[in-house]
Each structure stands twice: as structure tokens, then as C-alpha cells.
Write a protein that binds this ligand. Sequence first.
Ligand SMILES: *Cc1c(COP(=O)(O)O)cnc(C)c1O
Length: 341
Amino acid sequence: MTATAILDFRSDTVTLPDPVMCAAMGRAELGDDVLDGDPTMRRLEERAATVLGTEAALWVPSGSMGNLIALFLQVRRGERLLAPAQAHVLDQEVGTAFWLAGATPGPLPWRTGAPGRPAPDAVRTAAASTGPYFALRTTGLCLENTHNAAGGTVTTVDEHDALIRTATDAGLWVHLDGARIWNAAVRLGVAPARLTRGVTTVQACLSKGLGAPVGSVLGGSVALIAEARRARKMLGGGIRQGGMLAAAGLVALDRIARLRTDHETARVLASGLCELGWDVDVPETNVVMCRVENPDEVVRRLGARGLLTVPVVGRVRWMTHSGVDRAAVGEALGRLAQVPT
Ligand SMILES: *Cc1c(COP(=O)(O)O)cnc(C)c1O
């Protein structure tokens, strides 16, 4: 590795399909998934439903589309949608949850010491329909595991169950934005399906740490997924010979356990940054968040040394993935040690 090699810590979405994945895409059995079905798509959707523990699943081109479809099918115009503060559906999806799905945003504060996770009490209070007839109605909750903006933080099984119980008691449907549910499952040592228990719908990304070039899956009941297929068509998300992309997704689903390596790499990076005097959160998964005075300026200076990161909610975010291994982290820390930031 030369001193000028670019090391890309911006996101696990920068991962490229490797030769094994490309070969699987190249030999995928194909049909017309919009006309009457594509056999590889079918296999992926069946496998995704099994892994997610849902009755059925639908492949979608992106996590944002998966979330939008889930909300579009469940929110009625104007109803309040609860979600942890800084949730991706609230802040990072062009507001489509509001102006397309029609929800009114209801951000929930994080519990003290539990970044990204709201308290069941906050859900109960927000959902209580004690107001007059013109009061806003709350009908849904969108959870996020891992929570991206909080730093890839994990909602544990007990926390998940408590939130589901409260939401269900309050008559809410629950969508889980599980873009990185795989990371949460690996971190907790449980099956992904354990983390979807009680939800109405779940969205999970194949294109992040699992390395597929395109795609997410949306899980739910047979009836909901049939409606979701219509909504996907409405949004222009039906892909004819989609089997090529589904084949990448099938390979991606074989790679869930590998995420453990990304989590280890993140811990090595975090402790190295800490030794160099950075103010770093202990990573729970593959995200390393650093508190700095001026994130934009620090990101620019890191970039000048070939270290790509992003400014996120007032911090500098590093993300580990298959493209930045232990050696890359060592190299990055070496560059920082030579020239203090
Ligand atoms: C990446 C991400 C999404 C959206 O996925 P895209 O495929 O980029 O549209 C949704 N939610 C969370 C938490 C994410 O990190």
C-alpha cells in the first residue's frame, strides 16, 4: 500500500461486488419479473422471508424505497408516525415518509445512555389518544436497528420486545428499518428473525456490509407484500430481468457472519484513534463516531491524507467494511500519527 492510497471509510455502501458475486450474477437463471416472475428473484424473496422470519418478502431496488412502500401502505394521510430522533426515515429520505406516504413526523427522544433507542414510556405517551377529536392521531412506529445516525447502535432483544409490547398495546403497527439488522444480529449473536418479532414490516439492505451492488428486501405478511409489489411498480421499482440483482442478493445473504470482522476492525480503529487523542465512542458495530470541533474541516484534512470519512450530525463518521481491513486501519492510524489532526 503506498502512502497515497485512498482508504474509503465513508460507508459500507462503497463495497463492490467481488468475482464470486459477479459470477453468480452472470449465470443467474432469468425471467421477466414484471410480467410473470423471475426464478432467481423468487428464490431470493423466499430466502429473505425465511431469514427475516416473515411470511413473505419483496426485493426492492433500495432501502429508501422499501421504507417508503412500508409506510405508504400503513400510514393514512396526516397520521403521526413515531420514530427515534434522527431516524433515517425522518431525516435522510428526502422527507418521502411525509410528502408521499403522508405521515406527520413524531420524533421520539433517545433514552439516556441508549443512543438511538426510545423509551417504551415515550411511545406510550405519544400514542395515547387523550386529546379532543381534532387531536393528531398516532398509528405507527418505525424502529431502526442498528440506528445509523446514533453510530450504528444496537437495540437488544429485550429492548426490542419491550418496545413492541408497548406499541402493540397502544394499537400501533410497527415498521422496522433494519437496513443493518444483520449487524445487530451478529453483534447480539441472535438470528435476524429474532429482531423482527412482532413487527408488521421490516426493510433490510443487501447493498451495505453484505456487499450486493443493488437491493434491499421488504418483509411482511403475504397480503401486505402483495400490495407492496403493486406499490413498487407504481414507484418504477419493478425490474424485468431482476434475477441478476437477486443473484447478488443471494450471495450477500451467505455473508452475514462476515460482518463480525467489520465490527472487530471498527474496535481496532476506535481504540487507535483514542490513543491518538480523539474523542471516540466505543463502537457497537461497524460505525466509529468521533466528536470534533469542526467536522467539515476535519473531514477535509483527513481527505487530504487519502482518508475518506463523512461529517454526520456534528461528528466525523468512519465506517468499516470488506474494503478496509485491519491493514488498512493500521495504515490509516499511521498516517494520523505522523501528522496530528
Ligand atoms: C442506508 C439506509 C437506508 C436506505 O437505504 P438506501 O438503499 O441507501 O436507500 C435506510 N435506513 C437506514 C438506517 C440506512 O442506513
